[in-house]
Design a protein around this ligand. Sequence first.
Ligand code: ADP
Ligand code: MG
Length: 498
Amino acid sequence: MTDTSKLIAGRTGQWEVVLGLEVHAQVASNAKLFSGAAVGFGAGPNQQVSLVDAAMPGMLPVINKHCVEQAVKTGLGLKAQINLKSHFDRKNYFYPDLPQGYQISQFKDPIVGEGEVIVEHDDGTTFTVGIERLHLEQDAGKSLHDQDPNSTYVDLNRAGTALMEIVSRPHMRSSAEAAAYVKKLRTILVYLGTCDGDMEKGNLRADVNVSVCRPGAYEKFRETGDFSHLGTRCEIKNVNSYRFIQQAIEYEARRQIEIIEDGGKIDQETRLFDPNKGETRSMRSKEEAHDYRYFPDPDLLPLELDPTWVKAIEASLPELPDPKKARLQSQYGLSAYDAGVLITEQARADFFEEAAKGRDAKLTANWVTNELAAKLTAGGLAIEDSPLKPDAIAELVALIEEGVISSKIAKDVFERMWAGEGRPREIVEKQGLQQVSDTGALEKIIEELIAANPGQAEAVKEKPQAIGWFVGQVMKATGGKANPGAVNQLLKAKLGIE
Ligand code: ADP
Ligand code: MG
């Protein structure tokens, strides 16, 4: 286990942060978990509510097979144990947007058990986060406090929507790692098609558990599995962007360190992150499982899965991010870093593979992950909607490979492609951007330069590295279009150096 913790300096010494996440992912499904009501964003209030969702007396929940399949798929994608027998429990609590008075969830026997997620650091190295469990549960409705000065309205469209709660082990050691974990988890879910990953709509959100401890304590926890080596955690509810996850953690870790250093102790509590203030604040003291009086839902039979059905789902899985990454590395000779960037989105990896056909893969990867990605980000565009298609990037790479243009000129050509000036070859021809490899023309420029700068020429004979100055001058004279290889050769010949 490599130590990836980030030390935080306090008044009384160093601290470390330990993080475990509970991610709620809305299941991609047309209907709710226990009713046939539609699931969708943007419908008018209470337009997608069945009698089951509204908890009318005598209504009975019926499990949606598609949602179960999505949970199994996700479990397989997390390399997790699929439990062929699981059951649903009632989690009892009162809330105006929860007409049942309980949430149907899975407490004791979840549908998915232990698994793992391999997560990329920024530099391309990886770390592993253990998954404790994944269970299916219903979402609640929504209270609307801002529609009327005197009343609160309730919209039950979301009530009964299927959620997967994915509980990680406390295996993250910095805010950056927590964000990277959610990113990777999101990538896997989107590849699988089990959640659309839309964080802005709240379809993927995280409860972030934060504790702090002294250096060394976490290692003891990992060796023994004994949680008492860790500090008391606070749980920050429903954080729905990478930036907020990081801000909430940074703030919360500092807050806890200050309390402990002032001689206080951390109360295990549920907190809320306020994005406007960048602070977390207490919501309620942490409830214990027994507060919810969980018990098996008598309206639902235990969920039993047919092993051949599970096998069939496994056989139908798409190529997932990790195997794709390994394949891109071995098939195209890409670095772990490049492959890691390409697989963050399936469409990006597809774009690359399409563009790289018969081309220099490394060069193609660079254009896709650097210039093109930067333009797409700036324009708020998904790669699927890129105005430049893989064949255009392939043509640009071909021009570089053939020595028609230098990488530097290629950037100019790319800008023009992006601006809609046409195909790369057309642009090069129209603008006269071909590299000058014509020896006659280059020779003339070089002879003039040497004649005009006899001192520099002498210096190069003494110190051959100084040739760079001449190369620069030739480039300048040709507007960057001289072929650097040809220039070097000619210069050496004319200056009489080896
Ligand atoms: P609850 O539903 O009560 O929050 P769960 O077991 O569902 O409990 O989730 C607990 C989460 O808190 C897990 O993600 C776990 O990894 C994390 N966690 C547990 N102890 C700590 C700790 N000391 N520091 C940070 N995270 C922790
Ligand atoms: Mg929790």
